[in-house]
Design a binder for this molecule. Structure first.
Ligand SMILES: *Cc1c(COP(=O)(O)O)cnc(C)c1O
Ligand SMILES: [Zn+2]
Length: 429
């Protein structure tokens, strides 16, 4: 038997394992996003006709609001809409999701918006939205009989993979760029022995992961060979926002863009909810947020072109530092089709936005959230976002992971002697 490498076929070399009935719940097949060619469920991620990315195709049964509301307070309340088995809650996982949707009245006032919500995903088990996608990838890895759970990561993904693997009792190996922030390295290394620092940027690490996935049997790289399953986890952000708004869609939503997967899946979630009759079909605009130091999608948006020109990232928003974003072209499609935009902010604006959100709402976000809030501010100032329309902004990660970004911008207001005289002299109150 000849074994063709994954780089030629887009598949793990192990072929399709025997799947148990209902292994992927309502998922029926894999569908090419480019040409529509379908293929059986398995460890495949690229179309064998055109090499386009594969997505999950579903056959949903009846899904009601009541059924969802009766589910657990985590992403499995939406299991009827995800490629996971019906008994998913019986296997150990990190149970992410159902994070707070906070009415942000102070930030709204500060920015001149009439209605603003923050979807705060910093409270997930490893403090970023990545726990959602990893939970779905872990389910796929289990069903496919994978022996190693792995990823190339800009930081948060490695944290989530390492923790979920520990919960599940599966071996984990996580690959990161060697220049990553120390807190993100430690947040992986506590969960796994095998944190591999690669001398290169994320795009180099990603290339290496694809090569390993093609050569090694039984490795589930969450965002490479099980990417179609993994990516669906981001839909739960969209479901939750709609449910928490009382089963309706916001008018505007601002989402950070690294690979662009999250943004495309939040849109997919809204479309599914409309198709299933779970929300009314009301118009909404999708906005993407990037850092100036890694702005390939924002640049293509502004230039009015369809092609993304890869960049070499140089920004404090390391969790968004993907220079060659896989779903960038779909981000362009969605933001343009809905009447949104893709905007960018400088590292300085990112720092300011972190402090702005913290002081206005008591939410400490990482640089990715600083990028998103900074872009929200810029969209209002440039008239691209309607201040009278209801808006949701997604905070995807926790500020404790990127302390260095703001440690020089904030600090003691005063250092005083332990006396009342010193207190009054410092004019604190
Ligand atoms: C990965 C990540 C994103 C962006 O995710 P994509 O789906 O790759 O666009 C946003 N915020 C944080 C904190 C992340 O870790
Ligand atoms: Zn195709």
């Amino acid at each position: 038997m000849t074994i063709t490498s994954a780089r030629e076929t887009g598949n793990a070399p192990s072929g399709t394992p025997t799947l148990r009935d209902g292994a992927f719940g309502p998922a029926r097949e894999l569908v090419c996003r480019e040409c529509g060619t379908t293929r059986e469920l398995g460890p495949h991620y690229a179309c064998h006709e055109c090499f386009g990315p594969l997505e999950i195709g579903y056959e949903f049964g009846t899904v009601t609001r009541e059924q969802i509301e009766a589910g657990p307070a985590n992403i499995w309340r939406y299991k009827a809409l995800l490629p996971v088995p019906d008994d998913i809650e019986t296997s150990p996982n990190t149970e992410p999701g159902f994070t707070r949707l906070l009415k942000a009245e102070h930030l709204a006032a500060e920015l001149g918006l009439s209605s603003l919500w923050v979807k705060d995903d910093s409270t997930n088990p490893t403090n970023s939205f990545k726990d959602r996608v990893v939970a779905c990838a872990l389910s796929a890895a289990r069903e496919l009989g994978s022996t190693v759970f792995a990823c190339p990561s800009t930081g948060n993904l490695a944290n989530a993979v390492a923790a979920a693997g520990a919960r599940a009792g599966i071996e984990t190996v996580v690959f990161i760029p060697s220049n990553l922030e120390t807190p993100k390295q430690v947040n992986s290394a506590v969960f796994t022995e095998k944190l591999i620092a690669v001398d290169g940027n994320y795009d180099d690490v990603n290339k290496l992961a694809s090569e390993i996935a093609g050569e090694e049997d039984g490795w589930a790289f969450v965002n490479v060979n099980v990417r179609p399953y993994y990516a669906e986890g981001s839909k739960t952000l969209g479901y939750e926002i709609a449910e928490q708004l009382g089963w309706r869609l916001p008018e505007q939503i601002v989402i950070p863009v690294a690979s662009g997967s999250q943004l495309t899946k939040v849109h997919k979630a809204f479309q599914e909810l409309i198709a299933l009759g779970l929300v009314e079909d009301t118009p909404y605009k999708v906005f993407g947020a990037q850092a100036h130091g890694c702005n390939p999608v924002a640049t293509a948006y502004k230039d009015g072109v369809d092609a993304i020109r890869p960049v070499k990232p140089d920004t404090i928003a390391k969790s968004l530092a993907i220079g060659n974003p896989a779903d960038g072209i779909y981000v362009l499609d969605i933001t343009r089709a809905t009447g949104g935009a893709v905007e960018e902010v400088s590292d300085e604006e990112i720092r300011e936005a972190i402090v702005l959100l913290a002081r206005a709402e008591g939410i400490f976000t990482e640089t990715a959230g600083g990028t998103t809030v900074g872009v929200l501010k810029k969209l209002v100032e440039t008239g691209q976002l309607d201040p009278a329309a209801e808006t949701v902004v997604i905070n995807t990660g926790h500020g404790l992971k990127t302390l260095d970004a703001v440690s020089s911008a904030v600090g003691p207001y005063a250092t005083i002697a332990p006396t009342y005289a010193a207190f009054t002299a410092a004019r604190i109150a």
